[in-house]
Design a protein around this ligand. Structure first.
Ligand code: SF4
Length: 214
């Protein structure tokens, strides 16, 4: 039996993250680790070690179908992994992140009021007042926006996990796309195996093995 490492348990991290946010929305800031660490690893080491080893979300998408059988395990439509869709989704995701930053700035300036709600799938707005009176309003505003973004992307990932292969989200995940671009640019345009996203790197492989593939 393969020896387990501490990072094999990082699938717990997204569960802990969303649970903490239920109690105090300020914990949403911890999600910046998932945002900055993959970029740091890609820039410094020129590889996708975060995807292949340290991504709790990717691990969770592998683990849930294995333990609960909640994935149809059918191939996703080709367009979902096409460069056009991946980069369009990346641009959309970054635009949404920019919107969060601009709203945070407006609250910081005092030209916009704090909006205490978590948005899901950019369609549904859930009032979510947690009463963080002691924190600056801009910090709370960023928390709501970032938690919404993390929750929305997790829900999309769970939907495509259930409909298609477990790690389908990884084929268009914005963090995966960004780290792949960085990695490729550091490898002078080539795409060595360590730069491939998990789904593309092992298109015929069992998703059970995919936690550490590519
Ligand atoms: S592609 Fe995204 S979800 Fe998948 S392992 Fe990489 S960072 Fe995690």
């Amino acid at each position: 039996m393969k020896k387990k490492h501490w990072y094999d348990y990082l699938w717990l991290w997204p569960i802990v993250y969303f649970a903490l946010g239920l109690f105090n929305i300020l914990f949403a800031w911890l999600g910046m680790i998932d945002f900055l660490l993959p970029l740091f690893i890609a820039i410094v080491f020129g590889n996708k070690a975060f995807c292949n080893r340290y991504c709790g979300r990717g691990q969770l998408f592998s683990l849930l179908p294995r333990t609960l059988g909640c994935s149809r395990r059918t191939p996703a439509p080709r367009w979902l992994a096409s460069p056009l869709f991946r980069y369009a989704f990346l641009v959309f995701f970054l635009t949404m992140f920019g919107t969060i930053l601009s709203r945070t700035y407006l609250v910081f300036q005092g030209t916009a009021s704090l909006r205490e709600a978590v948005d899901l799938l950019w369609l549904f707005s859930m009032p979510w007042a947690h009463g963080e009176e002691n924190a600056p309003a801009w910090m709370v505003q960023f928390s709501y926006g970032f938690y919404s973004l993390m929750l929305t992307s997790a829900v999309i990932g769970l939907i495509v996990m259930a409909l298609y292969r477990p790690r389908t989200w990884c084929s268009f995940c914005p963090m995966g796309s960004m780290t792949q671009l960085i990695c490729k640019s550091k490898q002078r345009g080539k795409t060595p195996p360590e730069c491939m996203p998990p789904v593309q790197a092992a298109p015929h492989a069992s998703e059970e093995k995919s936690t550490n593939v590519s």
